[in-house]
Write a protein that binds this ligand. Structure first.
Ligand SMILES: [Fe+2]
Ligand SMILES: [Fe+2]
Length: 498
């Protein structure tokens, strides 16, 4: 049953038996933390550090409370509960999807063995690395989005931003739980480091490039939640297949939360495009910043940027590490169990593109060596879906222009294209040709400044900034003009405090 629908942002309905979450604990959980005093104490020691981090690097705009969803049970019914809560009192907790006692490793050389409930000694370092890299992205995005509420186009959008923020905070908890529970002292040290690295920090940056880019404005935020959170979905999808069962179950539940983040991106870009299309229709095909909307070519440039940095997150097309993770049973493929092959891939091959003599060519490579590319292909196909929807909005408005996904080699810093300059259409360019056109394809400082000028906060309930259309419905059945966020009394604009 799939109700985690990107398009309507509905609360996901998990399948299988229900496992209630114990909210009487300082750390809400469904992992019987109460029975493991040592672990409980260790996590309770980490909790104040997390809260400090949230205070210093979480959302900057002071708020009284926010209409947020919290997981109440991991199971078929009552997944989520919505209410107004002060953000710093949000009940971040540890929620694992329901376990299956008969689960087996479904791929690689351990295929058919019972899934591991403890970390296999030989894979300890690799598993910890995978968890740390995933964990590092979660607080990074909160840091990147820290100032956005100051320019929220509506209270509705502000609420969605905060929902994403608290859930990324919870995803950090999910990874820290694994580090504390299964990796001893080293795991605890890594958990500390997850709060010490910071997005964009010169000396101590986040691990992956896209998570050190500033999220400068709401268009970038929407592109981020569309493209970069979607990378997260695919990474979690491969970890959900892991032979290490606690990791698989953690990621399965995170995926359910992730659906809302992509809903924010899909519909955010959609509403931006709708407003631009409306003006284009009225003005004989033209829309400029002076019309109070974001011109379509600027939206395309933002798309090009966020897509290309998100593509880099998949790593090199060919990767020995990815192959090893697969054969060891640590990290599977997207929808591994639904694939119709032998799940070891030792004799399989595939095509991949590369650049030689100024041309893009293809060659045949062992499948096991190209699993990053396998995942990236799934991602690319998924990315196309949103673009089709956005183009539908343009078509509906009778506008001829269309948005498009650039060539996979465009503006890449990682993999076979990283030493080449490729146009969005897929031509290999020399440096001079690239430099002459770069500003047509990627946002310039001037473009970003013009977008920033449109980013005026609109805190009046039910009102929206000029550059973005109203959503068709509110959150959790509430009206669009609902008081989703109560700002701090001081300086709170009219209508925004209850
Ligand atoms: Fe996340
Ligand atoms: Fe996310």
């Amino acid at each position: 049953m799939t109700t985690t629908d990107d398009r309507i942002g509905s609360a996901p309905e998990p399948t299988g038996p229900t496992s209630p979450i114990d909210y009487s604990q300082r750390i809400p959980n469904n992992v019987n933390l109460n029975d493991n005093r040592r672990l409980q104490r260790a996590l309770e020691g980490w909790q104040p550090k997390f809260l400090d981090w949230w205070k210093n690097l979480g959302p900057e705009l002071p708020t009284k409370d926010v209409y947020l969803r919290t997981a109440v049970a991991v199971g078929r019914d009552g997944w989520a509960h919505f209410e107004h809560v002060p953000m710093e009192e949000y009940r971040w907790g540890i929620f694992l999807a329901e376990g299956n006692p008969d689960r087996e490793v479904s791929f690689g050389k351990h295929k058919g063995e019972p899934a591991w409930q403890e970390v296999p000694g030989e894979y300890r370092a690799d598993l910890m690395r995978l968890i740390v890299i995933q964990g590092d992205t979660e607080p990074a995005s909160v840091e990147q989005q820290r100032i956005l509420a100051n320019t929220a186009p509506s209270i509705y959008d502000m609420r969605n931003l905060f929902q994403v923020n608290v859930e990324e905070g919870r995803h950090l908890w999910a990874m820290v739980y694994l580090l504390h529970a299964y990796f001893g002292r080293e795991g605890r040290e890594e958990a500390e480091q997850l709060l010490k690295r910071n997005s964009g920090d010169y000396d101590n940056p986040r691990i992956l490039g896209a998570f050190n880019e500033a999220t400068t404005d709401w268009l970038q935020f929407f592109m981020f939640t569309y493209f970069t959170d979607r990378d997260g979905k695919y990474q979690l999808g491969t970890l959900k297949e892991s032979g290490f069962d606690p990791l698989a179950r953690t990621c399965e539940f995170m995926l359910k939360e992730e659906a809302h983040h992509m809903f924010v991106g899909t519909t955010g870009v959609q509403r931006t495009v709708e407003k631009t299309a409306e003006v284009m229709k009225a003005n004989g095909g033209k829309a400029t910043f002076e019309d109070g909307v974001i011109p379509l070519d600027i939206i395309q440039k933002y798309l090009n940027f966020q897509y290309s940095v998100s593509m880099d997150l998949f790593g090199s097309e060919q990767s020995t590490n990815a192959g090893n993770y697969y054969s060891s049973g640590l990290k599977g493929r997207w929808q591994e169990t639904r694939r119709k092959d032998d799940h070891t891939l030792l004799d399989d091959e595939r095509e991949m593109s590369y650049v030689e003599d100024g041309q893009i060519k293809t060659k045949t490579v062992p499948m096991i060596s190209a699993l990053n590319l396998d995942l990236r292909d799934e991602y690319v196909a998924d990315c196309e879906n949103g673009v089709r929807r956005w183009n539908q909005a343009l078509e509906d408005a009778g506008v001829d222009e269309r948005l498009y996904i650039p060539h996979e080699g465009f503006h890449r810093q990682v993999g076979v294209y990283s030493t080449h300059k490729i146009s969005p259409e897929g031509e290999v360019l020399d440096d001079a040709a690239w430099e002459a056109r770069e500003g047509d394809w990627l946002p310039t400082d001037e473009d970003r400044a013009s977008v920033a000028k449109l980013m005026v906060p609109v805190y009046e309930l039910g009102k929206f900034a000029s550059w973005i259309a109203e959503p068709p419905t509110g959150i959790n059945g509430q009206p669009v003009e609902y008081d989703y966020v109560h700002l701090e009394e001081d300086g709170a604009p009219e209508g925004a405090s209850a």
